[in-house]
Design a protein around this ligand. Sequence first.
Ligand code: NDP
Length: 451
Amino acid sequence: MPHARIESLFEDVLRRNAGEPEFHQAAREVFESLGQVIEKHPQYADASILERLCEPERQIIFRVPWVDDSGHARINRGFRVEFNSALGPYKGGLRFHPSVTLGTVKFLGFEQIFKNALTGLPIGGGKGGSDFDPKGKSELEIMRFCQSFMTELYRHLGEYTDVPAGDIGVGGREIGYLFGQYKRITNRYESGVLTGKGVGWGGSRARTEATGYGAVFFAEQMLATRGESFDGKKVLVSGSGNVALYAIEKVHQLGGTVVACSDSTGVVYDRDGLDFELLQQVKEVERGRLSVYAERRGAASEYRAGGSIWSIADETRIDVALPSATQNELDEADAQVLVKSGVVAVAEGANMPSTPGAVRVFSQGNVLFGPGKAANAGGVATSALEMQQNASRDSWSFEYTEERLAEIMRNIHESCAATAEEYGEPGNYVLGANVSGFTRVADAMLALGVI
Ligand code: NDP
């Protein structure tokens, strides 16, 4: 830790949030960037801004009872952490995955504060979810679960209060069921209360694509600082969900080739490039596994059950990596393999997919590294654009929305790069993102008084 006060505050975070290692990791990563800022701006320390930032404004934990198809009552736990609303209503997705705990939601909510600040849009930070596992559940079970989840959560939401969206395990289908139940309970067609809605009922064009596209736009900007582009680049994208899928599509549109992607059970490796249309059909339309994609693709595809996607960089040169599955999926050893392979840029489509050891290896290896809170901010930024469209009862074209997204990603890149430069570490996007996001929230918190 760079600063005695920050170090003692971090000790406090460990003590007050015992058993939440992912939250500790996220807080440490931000704190490590803030030494100079606190020295330069003593008013932040005087007003205990960091202490306040680490304490969520509100944490909600609730029981989610639902009935499965065989008539048995099932119980899950629901969470919503409303972390910080200095810049706008709490904004951040809902994750449905068996690994979700309060600590997971706190790490994601904490990251979200700075990410949302970086977009320059009026949104605060929050996150939620449940330990519900959507895998293997029927359509009706998913609907009943979503309805029960919203039956408790609705009282905490509102377009000026808290606006959830999707994340792992929560896509357009789940947002539909959640929105339907909110509408039924409140008797309000309050479009701005959830984002990621279907385009036919209040959603924004390009929201589905936004996180993946945005991560690629961010990587494109990083590459441009070295006079490079995606053209001719060989790329690995981990995951095969919403973020991964549209990162793959955009890389291909920009002339790069994504040779592999993954899910939690395996990796597909297509030496000449993935077939995006087939992948989209299997993963998004049919909700199938990657093994099915590989089967249908035939000889052009190799499926490796249980393999690690990053080890492909040991076999062939990889130029760019876009980790887009989940937290801590890329460790120090994986990073070494990528650096040895000659990787030039890594942009995080997922939240905190690289371990601290991996980030160190990238930095020592002079790899352009875009942390998630900057690189994957395109999703939430486009959610804020969806809120704008809802507020004005308007609906923008795909091209216009995508251009707005591209512009936001250019601005985020510029703001991270300029801040890193100002603080004497040009090219350090981790520092740039943390300091730039922190400063915007901290200034708003100062202005609003001790609340
Ligand atoms: P999806 O549920 O659509 O896809 C998740 C993908 O990651 C799947 O391929 C899944 O495989 C894989 N995965 C999930 N958990 C694990 C795990 N524990 N180990 C290995 N693989 C795993 O989620 P998204 O694409 O929406 O989200 C991916 C990441 O991007 C997350 O970190 C999320 O927080 C982040 N993000 C998402 C945004 C969005 O707009 N959706 C916005 C900003 C960040 P399997 O199907 O086998 O589980």
